[in-house]
Design a protein around this ligand. Structure first.
Ligand code: PLP
Length: 408
């Protein structure tokens, strides 16, 4: 290795690799959304004045665009505000307060539990924690959650009301659920009649290779399996257009959409239809969106390549260290030998590289093996990525050396 940890630290760099934020060049790709706002105006296709209240489930053409993007009928799709995470929070909060389907409010059922494939998305887990929902970790395998475990738990424990799923390019492992996993999730018997799949399709369009993997139609699969209300799909254009100003989508069975409408009508008089109208004009259709995503890929792919190449050259020969090479999404998972993740994050921080806290990808922030790190290479530039990867590699090696000295 050409540089020591101490020498790197002395450089005094400061690089943030904590969150999967789009880089400024990615946000620039959709500048037209802002520049063309006046031209788009405020009147919808059907003459709706988008400046005014109403249309709780979204502007009709925004729902139609969402339907095309998600491959579902528009009647199954809601176009909402700027954040899908907000929709996930609200579905859970509404379920706790009011119940789902014919069931009683979840909060009255005594304990409510959710299955959390790990490593997973920290903000999913934060919602559960905030609402007092017990989290049960289940291992994430290469083809999705460990279905033996999931099926056994869901079939026998009526307190388990749902499972978090990010079916394509999962945060943070990049996992792609196999068709068999999807079928099993749709078909498995559940002890709770109102058991739900929280299907977070955040990375549906976010490919990093030519392969363009596809998200399965989970709403259709659940309907075919006799569980028409089981899946609730969430997606957004946060990492397609503007991260804080996109359009979020919720999709499910017509019965669940009615339920959502009843609940959300207490919370709002309607979404931001002006933003929805601008998105309809800008994104137009699936092929236009896919062309835009090629622009994102051109920015992101070299960063993922740089991270992988640097880690390979510096950590490729270290036993027990591995990392993912995702085909899409925003994250890389790096695994150290057991017991070294926290120390690696500490050492990286001392060298100026801020990483997501070790354990963040686990319920209650506890990685029982203390070995997982989530790396987010989207925002720093490629040169910074190489520096950060160098610092991470030096930190891993330093942590392992400390461990070896302790043993000796
Ligand atoms: N879901 C996953 C899996 C994510 O990784 C993210 C952001 O990183 C979000 C949801 C946030 O989505 P939104 O911006 O639509 O709230």
């Amino acid at each position: 290795m050409t540089m020591t940890y101490e020498a790197f630290k002395a450089l005094g760099l400061a690089i943030d690799m904590t969150r999967g934020k789009p880089a400024p060049e990615q946000l620039d790709l959709s500048q037209a959304l802002i520049d063309d706002a006046a031209r788009v105006g405020h009147v919808s296709r059907d003459g709706i004045d988008c400046r005014n209240y109403g249309h709780l489930l979204g502007l009709p053409e925004a729902r139609e665009l969402g339907a095309q993007l998600l491959g579902l009928p528009a009647s199954h799709v809601v176009a909402a505000g700027n954040s899908s995470l907000e929709l996930m929070h609200d579905v859970l909060a509404f379920a706790m307060l009011h119940g789902m389907g014919q069931g009683e409010p979840w909060r009255r059922a005594g304990e409510v539990a959710f299955l959390c494939p790990v490593p997973g998305y920290d903000r999913h887990f934060a919602i559960c924690e905030a609402l007092g929902i017990r989290m049960i970790a289940v291992p994430m395998n290469d083809d999705g959650p460990d279905m033996e475990r999931v099926e056994a738990l869901v079939a026998t424990d009526p307190a388990i009301k749902g499972i978090w799923c990010t079916p394509l390019y999962s945060n943070p492992t990049g996992t792609i659920y196999s068709p068999e996993t999807v079928q099993r999730l749709a078909r498995m018997p559940a002890a709770a009649a109102d058991f739900r799949l929280f299907w977070d399709d955040a990375y549906r369009f976010h490919h990093l290779t030519d392969e363009r993997c596809r998200s399965p139609d989970i709403v259709g699969a659940c309907a075919d399996a006799g569980h028409p209300d089981r899946a609730i799909v969430f997606a957004s254009t946060s990492k397609v257009t503007i991260a804080s100003g996109g359009v979020a989508l919720l999709a499910s069975s017509p019965r669940n959409i009615d339920w959502w409408q009843r609940c959300v009508s207490i919370r709002t008089i309607g979404p931001d239809k002006l933003n929805q109208l601008r998105h309809v004009h800008y994104l137009r259709d699936l092929p236009t969106l896919e062309r835009l995503m090629e622009g994102h890929r051109a920015v992101l792919q070299p960063k993922f390549e740089a991270l992988d190449a640097t880690l390979r050259s510096l950590l490729g020969d270290v036993p027990g260290v591995s990392w993912t090479k995702p085909k899409g999404g925003y994250f890389v998972s790096l695994y150290t030998p057991d017991g070294y993740a926290k120390r690696t994050v500490e050492l990286a921080a001392q060298a100026g590289i801020v990483l997501t806290p070790a354990g963040a990808a686990f319920p209650y922030r506890i990685d029982p093996r203390d070995r997982h790190l989530r790396l987010a290479p989207s925002c720093p530039n490629p040169a910074q990525i190489e520096q950060a990867a160098l610092a991470i590699a030096l930190s891993v090696r330093r942590a392992l050396d400390e461990g070896a000295r302790r043993v000796a």
